[in-house]
Design a protein around this ligand. Structure first.
Ligand code: SF4
Ligand code: MSK
Length: 630
């Protein structure tokens, strides 16, 4: 192996990524970074949101310098074009999370009706709590209760009277703000459909009106589809509790059958976990010379399994191709979202089997297996059996696992955090009131090849905890933090004195893992609970959010529901809106008065940290708490 080149070190701050990227280069294998380089220069019109292909009178572009066309063929100006594009982006993100949630609702119904072998109600107490929120009779037996809850949740997707049920978790003042603006979310599918309708040529041509519907669509995700996905995953597979695990590519084992579980929905991967414990399959692996069957996660399916089962995490978004390039992966199992279409081709360069598991997400050169609640258990076994047999095809000379795994503590659901605090948010609020913890920040979101991998997450988070701000993380940011050693209790040494003392007393890290992308709802739910306990609205809390390396439509939606919920949000990558001064002004300033929160864009993590620290201290001052000059 040659020594790393400067270009390899530029792709990531993580040694495992750098080493595997170098292996890819030596073997002439293309990765996301080569494709990113080949796309340069990327379209400046698109970057600014000033291109439109909504109809076939176009495509159209608007010249940001005022010299070329200022309107599309239909007459749309820059404001309309940018707002429509953003609205469609948010709709796609909301649809993705919410369709994921729908798969869980359907599985819950199948469990209730007795035709989902292998699945069960893993957390009956949580079923009781959620069912009560949806008005399901408390005295029903669990199966009947699960059925009523599933049917009630199905209604959340369509046309219903009033607003989404989970909005009752919010302080009344937040819902009142949404009602005043006309953005309180109704049905989940309703909001997505209306967003798509309004952005058709010749419908809504008022940028502000379009932006308001984008926020309502995002809220239908955050307080609807995503929240359903989180809560039902807990009901079906268990509510996460703190557990020790590991992260980075070193969680793959050279002497074992390695199966990687990638995507977002835990429905199939939970069955793979079960099958991997089957003594028959383990014995077969041993017959073939393996020491056992090793499971590892990627992206948010990985986060789901990590949170509930302690399955170690191989990596985040930019590691997915590199994981195959280790040459040690017998099977990669994908469901949907954030899965690179290049994986099948790459897997073909190794012995790796690539299985897709959703009929709605097929991939080139992947074996397409279609999950249903009826077949999930059998699919899990089929996948593990094929992976085990595939161990015989591995070429040991190509195996390269260039890192020792890093320890991490995971599993901080809202329930687990409250349990760690003795059952009430009071101790956390007391620590905030006393100024030991200045506030909290959700650092979430993706990797993006435009940014050195994990640089934004890790540097922002280090700065925040050093200033006594507790960090809550999800998604690929969570993996970045884990790989960098920030998610062990010993990382409290990097925190400011107040946060350090709290972490040491509770034996927790200063960065708490709250799950996958849909689990950002755990963060806003916790914020809502804190606001309720304090008798204030969410925008009055000393809390903020950041997505330093985001890339996806889903992340845009999450950011929109965070801001609309009252959480100031700093983006490390500018969204494609800068082509419209009106839209940019509304997002950076205009929404502050009615919603109490807005966006900021700051790629430099040190500067982003300053923005968040200043915001937290201002909010402390607003609550009458001590505030540091920042
Ligand atoms: Fe062009 Fe208007 Fe059609 Fe967009 S909707 S492609 S701006 S004509
Ligand atoms: S997987 S949406 S790259 S966080 Fe949820 Fe990671 Fe972003 Fe996908």
């Amino acid at each position: 192996m040659k020594t790393e080149t400067s270009s390899e070190t530029q792709v990531s701050i993580q040694p495992d990524t750098i080493a595997l990227k170098e292996k890819a280069r030596q073997e002439g294998l293309e990765t996301i970074w080569e494709r990113f380089a080949a796309q340069q220069p990327q379209c400046g019109f698109c970057e600014l949101g000033l291109s439109c292909r909504i109809c076939v009178m176009g495509p159209c572009r608007i010249d940001p310098f005022g010299e070329g066309p200022q309107r599309g063929v239909c007459g749309a100006d820059a404001d309309i074009m940018v707002a429509r594009n953003l609205g469609r982006m948010v709709a796609a993100g909301a649809a993705s999370h919410s369709d994921h949630g729908r798969d869980l609702v359907e599985t819950l119904l199948a469990v209730a009706e007795g035709h989902a072998p292998g699945y069960q109600i893993a957390d009956p107490a949580k079923l009781d709590r959620i069912a009560a929120e949806f008005g399901v009779a408390a005295d029903l037996p669990p199966q009947a209760k699960a059925k009523e809850l599933a049917l009630a949740m199905m209604e959340e997707y369509g046309i219903r009277k009033g607003y989404l049920t989970f909005t009752k978790r919010l302080p009344a003042s937040r819902l009142a703000k949404w009602q005043a603006l006309g953005i309180a979310p109704r049905g989940i599918d309703w909001e997505v459909t209306e967003m798509m309708h309004r952005t058709h040529m010749g419908v809504d041509n008022d940028a502000l009106n379009l932006l308001l519907q984008a926020l309502r669509t995002a809220l239908a995700d955050g307080w609807g589809g995503s929240m359903i996905a989180t809560e039902l995953s807990d009901v079906l597979f268990g509510t996460p509790k703190p557990a020790a695990s590991q992260a980075n590519i070193g969680v793959l084992k050279a002497d074992q059958v390695n199966i990687i579980l990638h995507g977002h929905n835990p429905l199939v991967s939970e069955m793979v976990v079960r099958a991997a414990q089957d003594p028959q399959l383990i014995n077969r692996a041993k017959e073939l010379g393996a020491a056992g069957i090793n499971l590892a996660g990627l992206c948010c399916t990985g986060n789901e399994l990590l949170m509930r089962r302690g399955i170690p995490m191989a990596g985040n978004h930019l590691v997915q191709e590199l994981a195959v390039i280790t040459g040690a992966v017998e099977a990669m199992v994908v469901d949907y979202q954030c899965i690179l279409p290049s994986l099948g081709e790459l897997a073909g360069c190794f012995h790796t089997l690539l299985f897709s598991t959703s009929a709605k997400a097929k991939f080139p050169k992947a074996a397409a297996l279609a999950f249903s609640p009826e077949t999930g258990e059998a699919l899990g076994r089929q996948i593990v059996a094929q992976a085990v047999e595939n161990f015989a095809r591995r070429n040991p000379d190509r195996v390269f696992i260039p890192a020792a795994p890093v320890q991490q503590l995971t599993g901080f659901s809202v329930e687990a955090i409250l349990a760690a605090l003795g059952g009430s948010p009071e101790p956390l609020l007391n620590a905030i009131k006393a100024g030991q913890i200045r506030g909290a920040a959700g650092v979430v979101g993706c990797n993006n090849p435009k940014i050195q991998q994990d640089f934004g997450h890790v540097n922002l988070t280090k700065e925040l905890i050093a200033h006594d701000i507790l960090v809550l993380d999800t998604g690929c940011a969570a993996v970045a933090h884990a790989k960098s050693g920030l998610k062990v209790p010993e990382a409290a040494e990097l925190a400011g004195p107040g946060l350090k003392a709290v972490c040491q007393a509770l034996k927790i890290p200063p960065v708490l893992h709250m799950g996958s992308c849909v689990d950002n709802t755990r963060i806003v739910y916790l914020a809502a609970a804190l606001a309720q306990a304090l008798g204030v609205d969410l925008d009055q809390l000393p809390v903020a959010a950041a997505a330093p390396e985001w890339y996806s439509e889903k992340a845009a939606t999450i950011a929109c529901y965070a801001v609309a919920s009252g959480v100031y949000t700093v983006l490390g990558v500018a969204p494609p809106v800068l082509g419209s001064k009106t839209v940019t002004d509304v997002l950076l300033n205009g929404i502050t008065a009615p919603l109490g929160a807005c966006f900021a864009v700051e790629p430099d993590p040190q500067k982003a940290a300053k923005l968040i620290i200043r915001h937290v201290e201002e909010k402390r001052r607003g609550l009458g708490l001590d505030a540091r000059e920042s």
